[in-house]
Design a protein around this ligand. Structure first.
Ligand SMILES: O=c1ccn([C@H]2C[C@H](O)[C@@H](CO)O2)c(=O)[nH]1
Ligand SMILES: [Zn+2]
Length: 130
């Protein structure tokens, strides 16, 4: 567990964010059980609703490369309190990550809040509900 590196990398990847509309840079570091990092940033669009959050960018990068087993996620933003993920990202995290997977929410000042996928979206809709 190299949490300090994952935090550093989540903060750093914010530089890649494409945010001409919100100017709000977000970074995410998703770590596989084998220890590989997938980094994501938010990518906006002139058609605002098509924007993709940093968390989903990281998850979709990993899944599209064949990864399915994840151990940890860090999400970073320049927020007063540790950043919180949106509802869409909570649902996508629930699809691919175990409920007890730790999610570390951070800001650039160094504040941190450790939570889990299940705590972020209790009662998530899943394949068992169909
Ligand atoms: O946890 C979050 C919250 C917001 N955003 C993005 C979406 C949009 O590009 C910008 C403002 O909402 O921040 C993320 O990427 N992750
Ligand atoms: Zn989101």
């Amino acid at each position: 567990m190299d949490v300090e590196k994952w935090v550093k990398d989540a903060i750093e990847i914010r530089k890649a964010a494409y945010v001409p509309y919100s100017h709000f840079e977000v970074g995410a570091c998703l770590v596989t059980k084998s220890g590989k990092e997938y980094l994501g940033c938010n990518i906006e669009n002139a058609s605002y609703g098509l924007s993709n959050c940093a968390e989903r960018t990281a998850i979709f990068k990993a899944v599209s490369e064949g990864e399915r087993e994840f151990q940890y996620m860090v999400i970073a933003g320049d927020t007063d309190e540790p950043i919180v993920p949106c509802g869409a990202c909570r649902q996508v995290m629930s699809e691919f990550c175990e409920k007890d997977m730790p999610v570390l929410l951070v800001n650039t000042k160094g504040d941190r809040r450790l939570t889990t996928v299940g705590e972020l979206l209790p009662g998530a809709f899943s394949k068992d509900d169909m």
